[in-house]
Design a protein around this ligand. Sequence first.
Ligand code: CP
Ligand code: NVA
Length: 311
Amino acid sequence: MRHFLSLFDVSDDELKRIFELANQLKARLKSDVREPILQGKVAGLLFEKPSLRTRVSFEAGMAQLGGSSLFLGEDVGWGKREAPQDFSRVIGQYLDVIVCRAKSHEKVETLAKYASSVIINGLTDLCHPCQALADLMTIEEEFGTLAGKKLTFIGDGNNVSRSLALACAKTGMTFSIAAPKGYEIEPEFLARIEKHAPGAKIEQTSDPVEAVSGACAIYTDVWASMGQEAEQAKREADFADFQVNGKLMRAAEKGAIFLHCLPAKRGQEVTDEVMDCPTSRIVEQAGNRMHAQKGLLVWLLTEAVDKISVG
Ligand code: CP
Ligand code: NVA
């Protein structure tokens, strides 16, 4: 059994296979073909933070694949009503797969340690690997290839940008990030990427114009993530020069697309002009969350399982 807690959990070839499945399932759905590949499988969506895209895309994806899902919010008391090992061992008996969104990455690691279900990270403070799957799927759809392309992230060295840096490294893309001083991706995380994907092309600067040069995709995220509400005012001041606006988009490659994981704070990290410009792909990107995750679910639940012979 395999988990998907981060992109470190899959090899480059496995990642390619997930994209292949995602693209096939997307094409089939377009022709209204919905095969019950996951018939009888049950997903639990264990969330301790709000969500629109992750929750709805996983629930819809499971339904389209013939499986079912249950949303498990605060009331199940993850980490509150009982010890994590008791919670995890019990819930693992009911569910084939658990998609979890947690305040701390360690909490998800503990769940994976004790639960007998497949665990998918639906966002933690450390990373957001399902988001990166949809992001790269969107870039590949646009440009036909990933290797050799450059993606620039403007903003926080956070869960979204860490996963993007790793996803780019695994697919031969260049990743550049312009972050204010003190908000960069940690050197230890970059070293982990370099170890996992030797030769990774990652550039880190505090100059947005320098960062976007030669990029085919410009990406940003909120300046204060969920759980950082108390830092909102300080972050707004610190990130003031890191807005993605028309001027910055024009400094990128001609035809560069704009991406955002959403939800966005329009007028802060990105202007309305960019959100709604002809090369904005934010809607397609959010749509691809479902297709990419369907590829992931099928891979994890049918191809990545140990074949155990019974009888
Ligand atoms: N991008 C993303 O994960 O959106 P939600 O928080 O709405 O799930
Ligand atoms: N960095 C954001 C992403 C939301 C999808 C957060 O963690 O709140």
